[in-house]
Design a protein around this ligand. Structure first.
Ligand code: C5P
Length: 227
C-alpha cells in the first residue's frame, strides 16, 4: 500500500538550549534530523518522506538534501507554531498515499523495526496504530492547585511514541475537524473522531530528545550498540 512518512522537525528546541533548531542539535557528531532520516528514508518503509521544517528557516535544507536516496521522494515543507499545525502542513504534501506515518524527528534513534511494528498493525486492519511502553512511575491526575484528584491504574497506562500510523483519509478528516485543539499527538485527534487506536510495542531507544541529558543518554546508547 502506498505509504508516506511525515517527519516533524519544526520545533524550536528551547528546552534543549542548543541555540539551533532542535533537529540540528548534534548527537554523536550528526544532527538529530540526519539520525531520524537515516531510518525513515528507506524504500521498504515508504515511497515519500515529507520533512516539516521551522517556518522561515532554511537551516535544515542541507540535512534533507544529504538524506536523499533512490526510490524515495523527499520533500520539505514549512511547519507552524504548534505540532498539530506542523503535521497539518505535512499532510497537505503526502499526495496519493493511502497510509501515513507521523514521526517526531526528536525521536532520533527510533528503529526500522518500530516503523515495521506500526505498519504491521495497519496491514492487519487497524486504522490507527501507535507504539507504547508500560509506565514505570505511578501517575497522578491533579487539579490546578496540584491536589491529587485520582490515581489511574498503572497497568493500563502506556507512554506513547512515534511513528504513529494512520489511514490517511481518516487522519485528514481528524485534522480538519480538530480546530485549535492543543493535541500533543495525532492519535488523540483520531480518538476524538471515534477511531480505535491500537497500541503496539514501543522501545526505549525511541526516547524523545528534549533536554540536554537526553543527548548524553542517546550518545551512550549509540556507543553501547557499537561494541
Ligand atoms: O515540542 P515537542 O517535544 O512536543 O515536539 C515533538 C516533535 O514535534 C519534534 O520533532 C518537533 O520538531 C515537532 N514540532 C513541530 N512543530 C512545532 C512544534 C513541534 O514540528 N511547532
Amino acid at each position: 500500500e502506498r505509504t508516506a512518512i511525515i517527519v516533524v522537525a519544526a520545533g524550536s528546541g528551547t528546552r534543549l538550549g542548543a541555540g539551533v533548531p532542535k533537529a540540528l542539535a548534534k548527537v554523536a557528531g550528526e544532527s538529530i534530523l540526519a539520525h531520524a532520516l537515516r531510518v525513515a528514508v528507506d524504500p521498504e518503509l515508504a515511497s515519500r518522506v515529507v520533512v516539516v521544517t521551522p517556518p522561515g528557516d532554511g537551516r535544515l535544507d542541507a540535512s534533507i538534501e544529504a538524506a536523499r536516496r533512490e526510490g524515495v521522494e523527499v520533500l520539505a515543507v514549512e511547519g507552524g507554531q504548534t505540532r498539530q499545525e506542523s503535521v497539518a502542513a505535512g499532510l497537505a504534501q503526502i499526495g496519493q498515499a493511502r497510509r501515513v506515518l507521523v514521526h517526531d524527528a526528536a525521536r532520533a534513534l527510533t528503529s526500522k523495526a518500530q516503523y515495521q511494528r506500526v505498519q504491521s498493525a495497519l496491514s492487519n486492519g487497524a486504522v490507527a496504530a501507535v507504539p507504547g511502553l508500560a509506565v514505570v512511575d505511578t501517575l497522578k491526575q491533579v487539579d490546578r492547585q496540584e491536589r491529587v484528584t485520582s490515581t489511574p491504574d498503572r497497568s493500563r497506562l502506556r507512554a506513547v511514541q512515534t511513528p504513529q500510523g494512520f489511514d490517511a483519509a481518516l487522519l485528514r478528516r481528524a485534522h480538519a475537524a480538530a480546530g485549535d485543539s492543543g493535541a500533543t499527538d495525532d492519535a488523540a485527534l483520531m480518538e476524538r473522531n471515534g477511531s480505535i487506536v491500537q497500541v503496539v510495542e514501543g522501545e526505549e531507544q525511541a526516547l524523545k530528545i528534549t533536554h540536554p541529558a537526553d543527548i548524553a543518554w542517546a550518545e551512550r546508547w549509540l556507543q553501547e550498540q557499537a561494541v
